[in-house]
Ligand binder design. Structure first.
Ligand SMILES: C[S@@+](CC[C@H](N)C(=O)[O-])C[C@H]1O[C@@H](n2cnc3c(N)ncnc32)[C@H](O)[C@@H]1O
Length: 272
């Protein structure tokens, strides 16, 4: 894939990735195999993030505070956060491409992106011409997503900083409905006013509320997760109960580039 993002290698509990001009080495617990590249290649990374050392960057000074990268036709502003995140989950690339295709075939669709982080799915949907509402509980993440939207020349997205459940209850009362819903709930998170989100306790309510927000002619629900134990089949079981007549497509999300793709979470698409 000729793209701004590339997995260069993985193994030994780490991954080596190129994000535009910069190569970074970061932890990757599922990479239980041996790396393919010699240690000397890994040592050439511009910066690395290590958990052993109490969550620390090495060589962070080699990275600018912010840089831009394009992947799947979407431009992103990146930066090394204190938690080792960069503002993108590149394993979502295939989902962003799928969102674009699905929405190009459904012009004028209204999309709700919950737990939306830096907005990859929001941008994919808006670039495909959809009317998008983007929600995240973190003000900083919504600001980050807005910078990404500006980079992509998108200016008509509705931005919400709120707890996902609180917002959905309000939207239901207001009679708002959506043709497509994207949700990537965290294993554990906090709403904008400290509301606790625990996926094993909260997911059923998230789906109750999301189902009530679907329009009469829905296009899709796209669920993804990085929660250990929440496998493709678990996601399918949950979503089939809720949407028995819909077609489900599920699989592992992958970090891809050179060498063996590295699994990183799962997706389940509910297609109506
Ligand atoms: C796993 S990330 C989503 C990643 C994103 N979908 C992507 O792949 O680019 C989870 C996001 O949920 C947000 N979040 C956590 N608890 C929340 C809540 N109760 N309501 C809304 N957003 C929440 C966090 O701020 C974070 O941005």
């Amino acid at each position: 894939m000729n793209d701004g993002y590339e997995l260069l290698d993985s193994g030994g509990g780490r991954k080596l990735e190129r994000f535009g001009r910069f190569v970074l080495a970061r932890p990757c617990s599922q990479a239980m195999w041996k790396p393919s590249l010699p240690e000397s290649e890994w040592n050439r990374a511009d910066a690395s993030f290590d958990r052993e050392d109490g969550n620390r960057w090495h060589g962070r000074g080699n990275l600018p505070k912010e840089w831009t990268m394009e992947t799947a036709g979407i431009k992103f502003s990146l930066g090394g956060t204190d938690f080792g995140h960069l503002g993108i989950f590149p394993e979502q690339r295939a989902q962003w491409k799928w969102i674009m295709e699905a929405l190009r075939a459904s012009p004028g669709a209204k999309v709700l992106n919950l737990f939306a982080y830096s907005g990859g799915s929001t941008l994919a949907a808006a670039l495909a011409g959809a009317e998008v509402c983007h929600l995240d509980a973190s003000k900083g993440m919504v600001e980050w997503a807005r910078r990404n939207a500006a980079l992509n020349g998108l200016d008509s997205i509705r931005w919400i900083v709120d707890d996902a459940h609180k917002f959905m209850r309000r939207e239901i009362r207001r009679g708002r409905r959506y043709d497509a819903i994207v949700l990537d709930p965290p294993t554990f998170g906090r709403g904008a006013s400290g509301e606790m989100y625990k996926i094993e306790r909260s997911l059923q309510e998230t789906l109750d509320l999301a189902s009530s927000l679907l329009s009469e002619r829905p296009v899709f629900v796209l669920f993804s997760s990085h929660t250990p134990g929440l496998t493709c089949k678990v996601a399918e079981n949950i979503l089939r109960q809720r949407f028995p007549a819909a077609r489900l497509e599920s699989g592992e999300m992958l970090l891809e580039g050179r060498g063996t793709p590295c699994p990183s979470g799962i997706f389940c698409r509910v297609v109506f």
